[in-house]
Ligand binder design. Sequence first.
Ligand code: SF4
Ligand code: SF4
Length: 66
Amino acid sequence: MKKLAFVDQKTCVACGVCMKACPKGAISIYRGCYAAVEEGKCVGCGLCAKACPAGCITVKERSEVK
Ligand code: SF4
Ligand code: SF4
């Protein structure tokens, strides 16, 4: 099962670090409020989660993300 990055929108501070770290261009900052992952582009590599200074990204199995 492919994995997917999941952003905790409550703790995200919209710094944009994850957006720069993502090799697939899968992350954008939604209305300046929080990071949003485009499911179709994310390959679950986890680089965004490592880069996030607030620790608010987790990479999960797609079946877990609802
Ligand atoms: S897991 Fe990888 S591909 Fe998916 S959003 Fe994060 S950096 Fe981008
Ligand atoms: S690096 Fe973390 S805090 Fe910054 S925009 Fe991405 S998810 Fe939000």
